[in-house]
Write a protein that binds this ligand. Structure first.
Ligand code: ARG
Ligand code: GLU
Length: 734
């Protein structure tokens, strides 16, 4: 492990974070200090947690496959759930799964009326909202409410997928495989059997898509069949000062006051089938839509999140966890800090640039901040030490089992060899490929190869491009690459050029002075010529990409295939070793159920966070001077008049805004329905608390919380601020 780098970086990062945030939040500050200076805490937790290593999965932790939810239903019911497994997932009758969609691949959404009305997060609809925004009608800033179906806005490329069904196809996928085969042979059998299953499934219905997904590292395979609708129109969005209230400062944090929702509508043809956009399309009639509860929530209530978590790695070998917390995250955070600084500088100066970069900036900053929480959480929880302790026990148990007794040594060996390659890949991804002009060059070269029209790519690129940001950020990133990537992992092309130009800055200057990709016109004519590949930006892009794919990724792929094999056995081994524990498969963007309770938490000694927030907190944070906290005047007026309509929480005497619970969620769960014991919609999941973002690697029921928007706040905003009560009339509210 590259320890020397760790220490230095952590110190800088600590200064950086503290400097940036001290003005804003004392709690954040406290946690940062705790997170980095926690030797005593560490020792204490270590001894405490060692005892917890092998306890069975308790309620709270876990993302369960809906088709197998029968296995959890008793536990769920003991925790307060009133419905049956069939109510959640059924292929014979309409069930709650029919009201849930995978929203454009990265988020979740749910249907809340019999007219195909859909709710998801504001940040999930963000690029759709942005694409309809301009300086003249800035829906990001002012919000948007369609007052009739005619006013709903179509979104090219936006799709939602309903899960038709899922089934265990392990036997079919592995047909023809036997244990004596190599991993490569196995892969090819899996691929071809899967392709057969997928093709058959796709033929079952209109606009069906299917995939075969591996669970538990290939110990099990499931077929997922979806129906895809791609006429999805924007219906409503609050102003960003509500939908993104608190911006990146509050992101990943509790207490939270973000109204993170937006409304869309799914359209279908006259037969209710999926169809390309047409003005003759009509609102989709769902098999099932959510009933909304306006009763409210309180600490201890049962909650369930039903959605599409993207990726977790709960069963990693210890060294892999250490790589995340000690090397990968610190470096990636540092690189993103540099990009964010360049963006922020110009976004603050110019409203147009702010709009252009709002979506890019939010996504860069989102992982930037998550990685900080994750790394802090891993360290604070002693995840590495816990894993090591578990591995020790496992090794003892496995000593006389030939199937398992060499696993851990093999892990060690492979991870040691893999680490410098992972490091090089991380740098390629975060410091080379991300430079806008470089990724633009790459998409033009791809378009040329595939003989695709470049005009839309060029138009799209320049719509949201501000050269000074890219230029400054490129210099900063390339300088870090130069400093931190070992010579053995730099391409000869790189070494030659850095020698020729003398410094990363001089090289970047050269690219920006000589590339023809910097205006739409010159890019277009370069594309039409025969010399696209000779452009300095294109050359940089293709040479660096070539090295990454041939010298780095190919090696990584090889190691990963060996790891896959090891993990498959390790997974089985863990299941045998911890007989009483029920294992859930890692998230892989398939539909999952997570259940738990509404619960506050204690982020630090002497501090307890209540599980819900109200509009009072919005008023406390309101500050016209700070962009992220400058709420619409209309909301101030409503607050002053206390004219909340019917959206007041009896318990709080105020308008509820967000709540937290112990549901185990991940990226991709954004927009997921949060339901109560009766299956009614009580909230929309949109985030996790910062101290708990290590739950992708290790979950801790004491500190891991998902953050949801209280559905009553969405209704309040639609009704009182948006004046769109016709939408509320469409919903079923109890
Ligand atoms: N952290 C949430 C998620 O991972 C919300 C991100 C959007 N909000 C933001 N301020 N960038 O997607
Ligand atoms: N905001 C995340 C998303 O877009 C959800 C938060 C999380 O990672 O849990 O999916």
């Amino acid at each position: 492990m590259m320890h020397f780098q760790k220490v230095k970086l952590l110190n800088n990062l600590q200064d950086y974070i503290i400097g940036r945030v001290a003005e804003k939040s004392l709690f954040f500050y406290t946690f940062v200090l705790l997170m980095f200076n926690s030797d005593m805490m560490k020792r204490f937790f270590y001894s405490l947690l060692l005892t917890l290593v092998t306890i069975p999965a308790i309620a709270d932790e876990g993302m369960w496959l809906p088709v197998l939810i029968q296995q959890r239903i008793v536990d769920m019911q003991e925790n307060g759930f009133k419905l049956t497994a069939e109510d959640l997932y059924s292929v014979n009758q309409a069930s709650l799964k029919d009201a849930i969609v995978h929203f454009n691949g990265g988020c979740t959404g749910e249907i809340i009326s019999d007219q195909g009305l859909l709710i998801t997060n504001h940040h999930c609809g963000y690029s759709a909202i942005q694409s309809h925004s301009s300086l003249e009608h800035d829906y990001l800033k002012d919000g948007f409410w369609a007052m009739s179906l005619d006013e709903e806005l179509p979104n090219k490329g936006l799709w939602v997928a309903f899960l038709v069904r899922m089934e265990d196809v392990t036997d079919k996928v592995l047909a023809g495989y036997n244990e004596s085969m190599t991993e490569a042979q196995r892969d090819s059998i899996v691929k071809s059997n899967s392709a057969t299953l997928i093709n058959k499934a796709k033929a079952e219905g209109k606009s069906y898509k299917a995939s075969v997904e591996s669970m538990y590292y290939g110990n099990q395979y499931f077929l997922f069949i979806y129906q895809v609708y791609n006429d999805v129109r924007l219906v409503g969005a609050p102003p960003s000062s509500i939908g993104k209230f608190g911006g990146d400062t509050d992101n990943w944090m509790w207490p939270r006051h973000t109204g993170d929702f937006s409304l869309f509508r799914v359209y279908a043809d006259k037969n209710n089938d999926p169809a390309e956009y047409s003005k003759d399309n009509v609102p989709y009639k769902p098999k099932r839509h959510f009933t909304i509860s306006s009763k409210g929530v309180k600490e201890g209530d049962f909650t369930l999140v039903y959605g599409f978590p993207g990726r977790t790695q709960e069963y990693l070998y210890s060294d892999a966890v250490k790589y995340i917390s000690d090397i990968s995250n610190p470096h990636k955070i540092n690189l993103r800090t540099l990009r964010l600084d360049a963006q922020k500088k110009y976004m603050d100066q110019d409203r147009k640039v702010r709009i252009q970069y709002s979506s890019k900036n939010a996504s860069v900053s989102n992982s930037w901040k998550k990685w900080q929480g994750e790394m802090g959480g891993i360290i604070k929880l002693d995840a590495y030490e816990k894993k090591v302790a578990f591995e020790k026990e496992f090794a003892q148990w496995a000593a006389d089992k030939p199937e398992y007794n060499t696993l851990l040594d093999s892990f060690k060996e492979i991870y040691t060899a893999l680490e410098p390659y992972s490091f090089a890949r991380d740098y390629y991804n975060e410091s080379i490929r991300v430079n806008e002009i470089i990724s633009f060059a790459s998409s033009l070269m791809t378009a040329k190869k595939r003989e695709i029209d470049a005009a839309p790519i060029i138009e799209n690129f320049f719509k949201n491009y501000y050269q000074p940001i890219d230029y400054e950020s490129f210099i900063a990133l390339l300088s870090e690459y130069d400093k931190n990537v070992p010579a053995d992992f730099k391409p000869q092309y790189y070494k030659d050029n850095i020698a020729k130009f003398g410094s990363p800055k001089a090289w970047v200057d050269y690219i920006f002075e000589n590339s023809a990709l910097l205006t739409p016109e010159s890019a277009q004519s370069l594309f039409a010529s025969d010399s696209l590949e000779a452009d300095p930006a294109c050359q940089f892009s293709s040479e660096m990409a070539k090295y990454n794919s041939q010298e780095v990724l190919s090696v990584i792929r090889d190691y990963e295939s060996q790891l896959q094999l090891l993990y498959r056995a390790y997974m089985r081994g863990q299941m045998e070793f911890c007989e009483d524990k029920v294992f859930y498969p890692d998230a892989n963007s398939t539909l999952r159920i997570a259940y738990g309770k509404i619960r506050g938490y204690s982020p630090a000694d002497g501090v307890y966070y209540k599980p819900s927030s109200t509009i009072e907190g919005i008023m406390q944070k309101d500050n016209p001077e700070i962009f992220d906290y400058d709420i619409p005047q209309a909301l101030r007026d409503i607050y002053a008049s206390k004219d909340y309509g019917k959206w007041v929480s009896d318990a709080e005497g105020s308008v509820p805004v967000c709540f937290i619970a112990t549901n185990h969620t991940s990226g991709g769960n954004s927009g997921s329905p949060v339901i109560d014991a009766e299956g009614r919609l009580i909230g929309i999941n949109f985030d996790r608390v910062w101290e708990g973002t290590m739950s992708d690697v290790i979950y801790d029921a004491d500190i891991c919380r998902n953050i949801s928007l209280d559905i009553r706040y969405a209704l309040f905003i639609i009704d009182r601020l948006g004046g769109a009560s016709h939408l509320i009339d469409e919903m079923t509210i109890e």
